[in-house]
Design a binder for this molecule. Structure first.
Ligand code: PLP
Length: 444
């Protein structure tokens, strides 16, 4: 079935022979980055001229293919806003941070972010095919001098070898698919030599910025490293073209499951109708919407931020209104390094003994009667089994009954009220009996 997605080329590139246009190396080496170049393709606004004429800006680069998706007559074009800087980038806002996700703090070795128990984020390059103005990693991305060196790569591999709890490695950057084919192949080969690494994932916007990079040869290479997953990054339906559809088709045919991670951006896709079209068009090209991110607190991206309420409203308009597998999870990546936190509308209204009251996407309110005689069947079999991350206490310890509460910093000092120690204050009175590590846990 032929899909109805367009193929565009700006008039400025009309004379480029097809074989060059369709060659990713040509696209890369003909990226536009100066005021003069960009102006030949789209008339610039005062704000854009000011930004492009200033220094100290986050790197600008855009492939001829991607800039062709912009409607030159629309200063509010959603593709334009993602890659052409405006002077609003120069505005500071109170909550902004250089490394808002505290990735560098969670890096045991440079470029490897180990935030979650069983998976790591591996930054393999600082280069991309084009640069998103709201880049969460603008602190390193785009700067060739910040890229990862040979000895750092060796340190990353070495850390992975001696950390058997890591079963999932997510390659990102920068964009792993701009690496020289040989370098990418070596990287994947070395990861595959580590037996405990079960899956490898690539996060890449290359299929979106430069779909011609997805050659038969690349697919041939990638499929040798299965199980391999790939997440792309599309924010607006206008980015879904005949070329992207073809790239996605090639990747899926070699067995690579495709997902999409998008960012909620003011003026680009902060509307439920746009988001519904986006996710529906994505599933047509067999890409499953994975995450919709709240925009991070990153320098230069303040004007892209929306209230979280906008994201909730969008999720409300997706769930139930369209195919379940077209609905992404809406995520706030916790500032300070708490990781990804899913946020969603509330469907659970209230509860009583053995009854929950729920509402559906239409506002229909129902009750679900719970069993009164339930005992978890597997409890005994799985009791005391090792957790993915030893030493991790928190909700799991509360749920497992090893702890009864979590106190914020300074809690005891405040509530002591600077009183004297006396017999009524005996700690044993509020230490619940039977709380504490069980025998199984201690044996670990
Ligand atoms: C996003 C991210 C991952 C992967 O998270 P998933 O929810 O498994 O997709 C892993 N490590 C870091 C540091 C991340 O930011």
């Amino acid at each position: 079935m032929t899909l109805p997605f367009p193929s565009r080329r700006a008039p400025a590139f009309a004379d480029v022979p097809d074989e060059k246009w369709n060659d990713w190396r040509w696209q890369l080496s003909h990226r536009l980055n100066s005021l003069e170049d960009i102006e030949k393709v789209i008339p610039l606004t005062e704000s854009e001229r000011k930004a492009l004429g200033s220094s100290g800006l986050f790197r600008v680069d855009v492939t001829p293919y991607f800039i062709s998706l912009i409607d030159p007559d629309d200063p509010d074009d959603p593709v334009r806003k993602q890659i052409i800087p405006t002077d609003r980038e120069m505005a500071a806002f109170t909550a902004m941070m250089e490394d808002s996700l505290a990735e560098d703090r969670h890096s045991p070795v440079p470029g490897l972010v180990h935030r979650y128990p069983d998976r790591v984020l591996m930054l393999v390059t600082t280069q991309c095919a084009s640069y998103c103005r709201y880049c969460t990693r603008a602190r390193i991305v785009g700067d060739p001098a910040a890229t990862f060196k040979r000895d750092e790569f060796d340190m990353q591999i070495d850390y992975l070898k001696r950390t058997p709890q890591v079963r999932d490695v997510l390659l990102s950057g920068g964009d792993p698919l701009v690496l020289a084919p040989k370098v990418l192949e070596e990287l994947l080969t070395r990861l595959r030599e580590i037996p405990h690494i079960e899956i490898v994932r690539i996060g890449s916007r290359v299929p979106v910025f430069m779909p011609m990079r997805v050659t038969d040869e690349l697919c041939e290479t990638l499929q040798r490293f299965h199980p391999l997953w790939l997440n792309i990054h599309v924010n607006h339906p206008n980015e879904i073209t005949a070329e992207l559809a073809e790239a996605a088709d090639k990747l899926t045919r070699v067995g690579i499951p495709l997902g999409n991670q998008s960012v909620l951006l003011a003026g680009v896709n902060d509307n439920v109708h746009i988001q519904r079209k986006l996710v529906q068009d994505l599933v047509r090209i067999r890409v499953r919407p994975y995450y919709l991110y709240q925009c991070d607190l990153v320098e230069g991206a303040g004007h892209f931020r929306t209230p979280v309420a906008k994201g909730i409203e969008i999720m409300e308009g997706l769930r139930g209104h369209t195919s379940g597998f077209a609905v992404p999870q809406y995520i706030v990546d916790a500032p300070g390094g708490g990781g990804k936190i899913p946020v969603a509308p509330n469907y659970l209204l209230t509860m009583s003994d053995h009854k929950v009251v729920l509402r559906n996407y239409e506002g229909y309110i129902t009750t679900y009667e719970e069993p009164t005689d339930y005992t978890p069947a597997m409890a005994a079999k799985y009791k005391g089994l090792k957790r993915p991350e030893p030493g991790q206490e928190g909700l799991t310890a509360l749920l497992d009954g090893e702890k009864m509460f979590i106190k914020s910093e300074g809690f005891d000092e405040i509530h002591d009220r600077h009183g004297i120690q006396h017999r009524l204050k005996d700690e044993s009175k509020w230490k619940p009996l039977g709380i504490g590590p069980g025998e199984e846990q201690e044996k670990e």
